[in-house]
Design a protein around this ligand. Structure first.
Ligand code: GLU
Length: 509
């Protein structure tokens, strides 16, 4: 049933850093909510105490904030359905487990891990599907095989138990997934999943369904890895009497490795040299450090734009979208069914596009931090000038230094190939004459420099190829780079002359 208000949630478990696939899930939820003036909720699913990783929750929130994927309800924000951390909602779930038991849709199971293991071995020996289900449950220790009195005694004795869903033997589950289309599963293929444990904690399945119901979620948008759980979730809605207000579902395709197939994993990033996490992550247990997009120099808006296109496209040629434009254009119907191959080169391309679109002033402020680390102190205007001259050659702010170091220091060496090809016997003599011409300039800025060099070439009958490359070698140390007159103006007469003299001296033999 369609709900009046669009309400979606991102529901990560704080078991480690948020994978970029998780960020994309959050992004699609956010865009969908924004497009429909709905609510976007952040819920932390921390019922599995064994998998809890300190710092992961903060990491998730910081990542979302960095990306501008802001929730209007949820952990850290509060709202009408607080608390939003499942461990703090513990008291809520038990009654639903009990209701299912009372109505015959769930039962207590007391099997020890040894007994479960023995069952698994036996069934595997018979080449059957080793699971707790309609076929095996009547041979195990549970409230279906025990008398009421026995069950009561077990419970009172404090014997560990779990509550299992009593998967119906013969029920067809047919559902519509917005991305996948019709999904049909027969209940006989499914097992009796654990819903609740004697430590008082629900499992993911129960907590997820109960919370989506209580929080009035209209659409569940999540990764494809949860599709196999969907039939159980639908049956839970059905048995809890909530089927007519059940959310709609959209399961997003996987992010795939750049080459071959298979899910993009943390190891692919390390192997191929790109981050798979939004922010740098220091693993508190192993001490391992995993790189992040932020620390690698990506702009948040470029990262978000790139991510949006991994699984969705607007159906036009436009590739650059602000968050507002993404929200405007986004629709779940345009999310593809098949996995999206992650392309690290495209990620860098996006960063370049954003770098080019940002003002030189903004980039200069970022670059200035790096300059200061290197002990270079320039006026804002000069830094901006350098940035404007080299920004089309870089993908990241930190690459500007490599492209622009000659603005701040004389070349330490001269590109050998260019020297061999272009530094001729008469080059020093020509350059010596140019020095005189340059020294005579009162106004050492682009236009007068340009004019003086042209007049010189005409008068001395020297080709531009010869003179300009020799000059470039002297000033930059290489045969390529931004506009030479701009470089000369930036360096100033004295420095230009000093560098030419140094080149003549160094390259004389
Ligand atoms: N806690 C689950 C996760 O970690 C949430 C899945 C869902 O959105 O239902 O991804």
């Amino acid at each position: 049933m369609t709900k009046n208000k669009i309400r979606v949630r991102f529901a990560p478990s704080p078991t480690g850093p948020l994978h970029m696939g998780g960020v994309r899930t959050a992004l699609y939820n956010y865009l969908f909510a924004k497009k429909h003036n709905g609510d976007f909720i952040l819920r932390i699913e921390d019922t599995d105490q064994n998998r809890f990783v300190p710092g992961a929750e903060e990491y998730i929130m910081e990542s979302l904030r960095w990306c501008g994927i802001l929730w209007n309800e949820g952990v850290g924000k509060e709202g009408p359905h607080a608390p939003y951390r499942q461990s703090e909602r513990k008291h809520l779930y038990k009654k639903y487990a009990e209701k299912l038991i009372e109505e015959g849709h769930a039962y207590y199971a007391f099997d020890t891990s040894e007994e479960l293991e023995a069952m698994r071995k036996q069934i595997e020996a018979e080449k059957g599907l080793a699971q707790y289900d309609a076929r095996t449950r009547m041979e195990m220790n549970n409230s279906l095989t025990f008398t009421t009195e026995e069950t009561r005694q077990y419970l009172e004795s404090g014997h560990p138990y779990v509550v299992r869903f009593k998967m119906p033997g013969n029920e067809e589950v047919v559902l519509q997934d917005i991305v996948r289309g019709t999904v049909k599963v027969h209940s006989s293929q499914l097992d009796d999943k654990v819903l609740f444990k004697s430590d008082g904690m629900p499992t993911y399945h129960l907590a997820n369904v109960v919370d989506d119901h209580l929080m009035e979620i209209s659409h569940v948008i999540r990764g494809e890895e949860w599709l196999p759980s969907l039939p159980l979730h639908v049956l839970l809605y059905r048995k809890l009497g909530w089927e007519n207000t059940m959310p709609e579902f959209a399961h997003l395709p996987l992010l795939l490795k750049p080459e071959g197939s298979g899910k993009l994993s943390k190891r692919d990033g390390d192997r191929l040299g790109f981050p798979v996490f939004p922010l740098l992550w220091n693993d508190p247990k192993t001490g391992e450090v995993a790189s992040g997009y932020r620390e690698s120099g990506y702009f948040a808006d470029a990262f978000v734009n790139m991510l949006a296109f991994l699984g969705w496209n607007p159906g036009t040629d436009q590739e650059i979208f602000s968050m507002e434009e993404l929200a405007e254009a986004f629709s779940l119907e345009k999310v593809g069914k098949s996995g999206s191959k992650f392309d690290p080169a495209k990620a860098r391309w996006y960063n370049h596009q954003y770098l080019m679109r940002k003002s030189s002033k903004e980039i200069a402020e970022l670059f200035d931090v790096l300059l200061r680390e290197k002990g270079v102190h320039l006026s804002g205007e000069k830094t901006e000038k350098v940035v404007s001259l080299v920004k089309d050659r870089v993908n990241f702010v930190h690459e500007i230094w490599e492209q622009a170091d000659f603005f701040f220091q004389a070349p330490q060496s001269y590109d050998e190939k260019t020297v061999k090809k272009k530094w001729k016997a008469d080059t020093p003599e020509i350059l010596q004459k140019v020095i005189t011409v340059l020294e005579n300039l009162d106004d050492f800025s682009v236009e007068p420099i340009d004019k003086a060099l042209h007049d010189f070439m005409e008068k001395e009958e020297v080709g531009a190829g010869k003179l300009m490359i020799a000059l470039r070698l002297s000033l930059v140390g290489a045969g390529k780079g931004p506009d030479l007159k701009e470089i000369m103006e930036f360096l100033g007469k004295e420095e230009v002359v000093a560098r030419i003299e140094k080149a003549i001296e160094t390259l004389k033999d």
